[in-house]
Design a protein around this ligand. Structure first.
Ligand code: FES
Length: 104
């Protein structure tokens, strides 16, 4: 499969140790800044209708604001109940001051 990199945000708009939501090609994506890296997941929780950008980021785990399920933002793994399904993650590339995603 070929990679298609799409510009998602300016690097400066992604906060460190926090999360923002961006719209990329009609999809809502959560972008996280941790240790100088940027990670990307779907923004909608796999358990219910909650947006992870409203959650709480601790290290590499985002806690959903609705029922406190936690995902590992590096691989999308569901870390605790009530989550039963991981969240989709996306490859991130940083070029200069811009963040690109491969939405696959
Ligand atoms: Fe996210 Fe329930 S909606 S844990």
């Amino acid at each position: 499969m070929t990679e298609t990199w799409i510009e998602a945000a300016l690097l400066s708009s992604v906060p460190q140790d926090d999360v923002i939501a961006v719209a990329v090609e009609g999809k809502e994506i959560a972008l996280y800044g941790v240790d100088g890296n940027v990670y990307a997941t779907d923004n909608l929780c796999t358990h219910g209708h909650a947006r992870l950008c409203d959650g709480f980021l601790e290290g590499h785990e985002i806690e959903c604001p609705l029922h406190q399920g936690r995902f590992d933002i590096r691989n999308g793994a569901a870390m605790c109940a009530p989550l039963t399904e991981g969240i989709r993650t996306y490859p991130v590339r940083i070029e200069g001051h811009r963040v690109y995603l491969d939405l696959g």
